[in-house]
Design a protein around this ligand. Structure first.
Ligand SMILES: C[S@@+](CC[C@H](N)C(=O)[O-])C[C@H]1O[C@@H](n2cnc3c(N)ncnc32)[C@H](O)[C@@H]1O
Length: 271
């Protein structure tokens, strides 16, 4: 595997990329993200060996996350044809390509080391796309985004669970009052599944990244300040491709995910 030389959380970007790549090679692909497969092949020549780091459930969950967020962005752009899209913790996420390279202002934000890798593997060739090498906590990214009167959709895939609740709360309390009208969609884990996923990440050799935040009830976030309004929650492992596998164990896992809300995607609006 190519040496990534990234920070603890940053190096985890390989896992969702791998999931999208394996999905693209699977019998029932959810995203069929050929760009992700292309990138993954450059980083990990021995795909068979790396496959050990991901369970089928992990591949489906991480891919389904992209599928749900893509649909939310598509829906947002239908409602706000001149809106902007900000992808926080972009890593090697290829949603811009999956969505057919929309012509709206599009921002991919990540920490400088992750963004340097992104620039190297996915050079920005688009006038409407801007790469921002900053932390999501750095308020100056709002200047990079500019006016949001035509709408702003913020996607945050695979980032918040790595922070503790105080830090996530700080993010919401900083930006919700300043970005009124913006929408945000992000994934969360329950405390029980957080421990399970943590073990899988460590087994993949990523020992320094810790999953610190677990949550089940989106209404809890609404209580952080009056500018946060809950829109919708999605539950993982409900995609028809997962059920199409026809394995009763997967059917049970899918039911389990619904019942215990082990991993969800929350959509909020800043008001
Ligand atoms: C698990 S990866 C997810 C990557 C990508 N969203 C995806 O789904 O393929 C976590 C990402 O969060 C980024 N990240 C970690 N801390 C961050 C911060 N403070 N601000 C912005 N991005 C951050 C990492 O660099 C990494 O790209």
């Amino acid at each position: 595997m190519a040496k990534l030389d990234l920070g603890a959380v940053q190096e985890t970007l390989l896992l969702p990329l791998a999931a999208r790549a394996y999905d693209a090679e699977s019998k029932y692909p959810i995203l069929n993200d050929q760009k992700a497969l292309e990138l993954f092949k450059q980083l990990v020549p021995d795909r068979k060996a790396f496959r050990r780091n991901l369970l089928k459930v992990g591949i489906v969950s991480l891919t389904e996350r992209g599928w749900i967020m893509d649909r939310a962005v598509k829906d947002f752009l239908k409602r706000n044809p001149n809106g902007k899209v900000l992808n926080i913790g972009a890593g090697l996420e290829t949603s811009f390509y999956r969505l057919g390279q929309p012509s709206v202002p599009w921002f991919d934000l990540d920490l400088p080391d992750s963004l340097a890798l992104r620039k190297r593997l996915l050079p920005n060739k688009f006038n409407n796309v801007k790469y921002i090498g900053k932390s999501m906590f750095d308020e100056s990214w709002m200047d990079d985004i500019g006016n949001i009167s035509n709408g702003l959709m913020i996607t945050v895939p695979g980032v918040f669970p790595y922070f503790d609740e105080k830090q996530v709360q700080l993010f919401f309390n900083t930006f919700a009052p300043k970005l009124k009208g913006a929408e945000i969609i992000f994934d969360v884990l329950s405390n029980a599944s957080r421990l399970f996923v943590q073990r899988k990440i460590n087994q993949a050799g990523m020992n320094k990244a810790t999953l610190d935040w677990g949550i089940m009830n989106p209404r809890h976030i609404e209580q952080w300040n009056q500018h946060i309004q809950f829109v919708k929650a999605y539950i993982y492992l409900q995609h028809p491709s997962f059920n199409a596998i026809g394995n009763p164990i997967y059917n049970f896992i899918s039911w389990n995910s619904k019942f215990f809300k082990s991993a969800q995607i929350f959509h909020f609006k800043f008001v």
